[in-house]
Design a protein around this ligand. Sequence first.
Ligand code: GLU
Length: 322
Amino acid sequence: MKYLTALLAILSMTTILFTGTTFARSTFVTIGTGGITGVYYPTGGAIAKIVNKKKVKNGLRTLVDSTSGSVFNVNAIMAGDLEFGVVQSDRQFQAINGMAEWKTKGPQTDLRAVFSIYPEAVTLVAAADAGISSSKDLRGKKVNIGNPGSGQRQNAIDALTAAALNYEIDLTAESIKASEAAGLLQDNRIDAFFYTVGHPSGAIKEATSGARKVVIAEITGIEGLLEKFPYYTRTTIPIALYPGALNKHDVKTFGVKATLVTSAKVPDDIVYIITKEIFDNFEEFKKLHPAYAQLTKENMLTGLSAPIHPGAMKYYREVGLK
Ligand code: GLU
């Protein structure tokens, strides 16, 4: 991985690979994901696994980077540091419309959608001994709302606002990466954390299986959130996925979708190959993570707000999905 990244840096996107007795041109692309205990990282791995099976035939190698999350990924793609990224659908909407973190920079007009993948739920994990069963109990608590660069940070702020809590005044808000939050909760250093993530995820398994007992808390004011923000939908966290959590019932919350995005500057043939390999090998792809259980080819075209990249659109037209 390090070797390939170095090679990539030296030779830029295109290099020559010696394959058996012939020389074949090969292009490298990198997918930005999230922390390694999330679902973006294994999703980048799943996409790379499928696409790289034809690496010689297609002359395309896909690499995966662990990153700070959605906002980081959009910015890195726009800067040309990454070719692809997994990004929350709400963040895709905000970036293309110049909202939230992009308010000052303006609309990210080169952002392009490829497809959406699985639902992500705004997940509030809390220590049982902190007396938190709902987001409205977070007043005065030490709560990780997420690192700058993550998708969940704004979701946490929105959820707190819906519970009539100002994150800058009413609680101690931490800005730590989700991959560290479970450990901090278990070490008694925070009372709760927000993570917008697919289920099951390594981070929530880690948080719910330690000595300190935890609950996945309810979110207050979902109705108002849905009215105010067009990109939020209702979703449920199946508690059976986390037998260590103290909850007795599935948890109702709000959520978004994990989507794959790229830049208008990434060539059509590259985006076409990635789209085609995933859709042509859909059943195989679907088996690669339990969070993909509800995936259909049709619902992979929902939740996209940036224009669909022409390379992906070419494939969707060929197979009649568009
Ligand atoms: N939704 C999170 C973010 O956008 C990442 C979740 C994950 O890595 O699975 O930052």
